[in-house]
Unconditional design. Sequence first.
Lengths: 314, 233
Amino acid sequence: MRLGRGALVGGLALLLLLSAGALACGSSGLGFGEGGGLAWLRLPRVLAALAAGGALGIGGATQQGLFRNPLADPGLTGVFGGALLGLALLLGFAPAFAWGHAWALPAAAFGGALGVSSLLVVIGRDGPPHRLLLTGLGLNAFAAAGTLLIANLAPESRELLLNGSFGDWLGMASPELIVRPALLCLIAGGLLWTLARPLDLLALGEEAAQAAGCDLRRLRRRAILLTALAAAAATCLVGQMAFVGLLAPHLARALFGPRHRWVLPVSALLGATLLLLADTAGRAAIPGTPLSAAAVMALLGAPLFIWIARRSHG
Amino acid sequence: MDDATLRLERVAFEVAGRRLLDGVGGTMWPGEQVALVGANGAGKTTLLRAVAGLLPTTTGVLSATGLDPRTASPADSARRRVYAPQHPDCAWNPTVAELGELAAQPAAWLHWSERLALTDLAARPLATLSGGERKAAHLALSFATLTEPYGALLLLDEPTAALDRRRQEIVHQAVRAFAQAGATVLVATHDADWATAFPRVLALEEGRVIADGPPATVFNADLVRAIWGGPAA
């Protein structure tokens, strides 16, 4: 039994309710504060989680569709690592420029994400699914090492970069910091949705898709560019975040079937929901001991990842 | 300018120093049904893939529905040409009905899924079907894509392999019906009985055309032995 349009609308309504709950939820307990003051303070963080989660979800669904690989996730295949490395290069070596130009940080993250995405395609595209994943894990480790090295060389950006590599940037969300990346998340997500039909054809295999009229080179180019943009924008909002882009498409396919006209928007919706829940749970579950959204997602996502890996090879 | 659906002259394709197609030639017209026969490795699938535009390094003159498939955009090529591969595949394990949603025209999908006895399987994921049922579902999708047959080109690679007798007969009828409606149908097959029922047979050996004509003249004892290992049925 597959769900349809009604369930999607219901999911959106639920997300609105959860967002209201997240605005009311904090380490000091439940409530919006006097005159809604606390809610206004939390609003940028909630919006950042929604935008980043949506971008992560639809980015993961696109990457899985593009590589026809259920284990593909920009968080695991190094695209977020590349985005963070791009940010680290700029923050480490030109911090004044980074903070002085509004688009400098998103542009640096995009450059890093695009570099890793391109390498991933060149090295890991053909061959069995595990080759892509192993290539991505290698690139991820390389990017993480590069970020760590820069963090050590640049003491003034060290804490910021370490927090980013642990996916712990949501706490510093402010209107000025989130507006541009959130806008980029929306643009990337909207454009990625237009790839639904060619991604559906690609499910038939590269040759069959091409024979059915799918321009593979164009699809690949657009998907890689837009996934890198989504990953870069999401990284600017939350730092490095694994598993959202893996889990959301799997849930979307289980609930709505494999057609990408459903999988892409539902993955965005589920990605936003997952990240919002992870962030809210992380800051409210244990009063006085906040946990980053990335840590909560990893606690939830790692066992599922192992389950999916076992299933896809079984 | 001519009305040929398919024109091949000195078509050659080489991979890793091995010639898989070697000077293939032939012209096919609207309404023609052509069986492509040959032993394993003769080049049947390679020729179909070359005509479908999937082998861009193919050399020679190649024109399919008025386009050079090597340089035409995939969308333009696919407008008048359908290619059904020998081993179709689909990621994400859709149901039969979800596979059918890829067809451009839902009515055409309903028609072919009914004819190929897939209606009762509509809600079943492809992974739960037999090989023959899966093949039938992919064939229904290919047939449903060809909504305007006149002047179109239908390339079928072993379409009846793995199908039961009932579905094989439906495919035979479909090929005849598409040809009667003006499509050119080129079918690679190992089915000796079916191949002899085609008005025209193109025989390949080591990438070369060794015979081209009506089955009565093409199927001599040597050719039959080379392909099927014995006299024709």
